[in-house]
Design a protein around this ligand. Structure first.
Ligand SMILES: C[S@@+](CC[C@H](N)C(=O)[O-])C[C@H]1O[C@@H](n2cnc3c(N)ncnc32)[C@H](O)[C@@H]1O
Length: 188
């Protein structure tokens, strides 16, 4: 019965239209943890290949912006993808794009604060935040991510964690740094 109720709640946004995105409860003090700067497509692709994202796995992009990481994860890697986005307008716009691409069976955007989200089902988490934002997110990731989960952070390291690997990607006339971590993560 609870499962049926849960499924009905998931279906509700589709019935009500784009105005009613699923939401995570967001505390009044929720902070914007990064500006709206998109990751270049070439770097998105390298982030997902560096994460060894596989078909059927679930990716979370925390601060999902225009949805480009989610869309690439679904279209190119056959993954399921969930975006968390604090800006209602950006979340609605990216949801519309996902629906127009007929990816809404595999990809969804949740409006709200990434700090409050349940990441226990994530196989891969992608980040393009700031080092201080990663500091705030680190305890959430440590508490929730399962063994085998991978985290890929664009340009900003997660202090206190030892990356499994780093990669450099040339795009838009500069070098982009990728930090790749695997759970259980090694502490520095
Ligand atoms: C640098 S952009 C990255 C967008 C996308 N992930 C990419 O790589 O192209 C960061 C995004 O995080 C969103 N954001 C900032 N603080 C947030 C928070 N507390 N919870 C959810 N999203 C947040 C911003 O609105 C913005 O869209």
């Amino acid at each position: 019965m609870q499962y049926v109720l849960f499924l009905s709640l998931l279906a509700l946004p589709g019935l009500l239209g784009a105005q009613s995105l699923p939401k995570v409860p967001t505390k009044p003090q929720a902070m914007r943890l990064a500006p709206s700067v998109p990751t270049p497509p070439k770097v998105v692709d390298r982030m997902l290949s560096a994460a060894q994202l596989k078909a059927g796995e679930t990716l979370y992009d925390l601060g999902s912006g225009d949805g480009r990481v989610l869309i690439t994860a679904a279209q190119k890697y056959g993954a399921k993808a969930v975006g968390i986005e604090i800006s209602p307008a950006v979340a609605a716009e990216s949801s519309k794009r996902i629906k127009d691409l007929k990816l809404d069976g595999k990809v969804r955007v949740i409006e709200g604060d990434m700090i409050s989200v349940d990441l226990s089902q994530a196989d891969v988490v992608t980040l393009y935040l700031l080092t201080k934002s990663n500091d705030m997110l680190r305890p959430v990731l440590e508490k929730q991510l399962k063994p085998g989960a991978r985290v890929v952070s664009h340009d900003y390291e997660i202090r206190g964690w030892q990356p499994t690997r780093t990669e450099t990607v040339d795009a838009l006339k500069r070098q982009h740094q990728l930090y790749i971590y695997e759970f259980p993560v090694k502490k520095q």
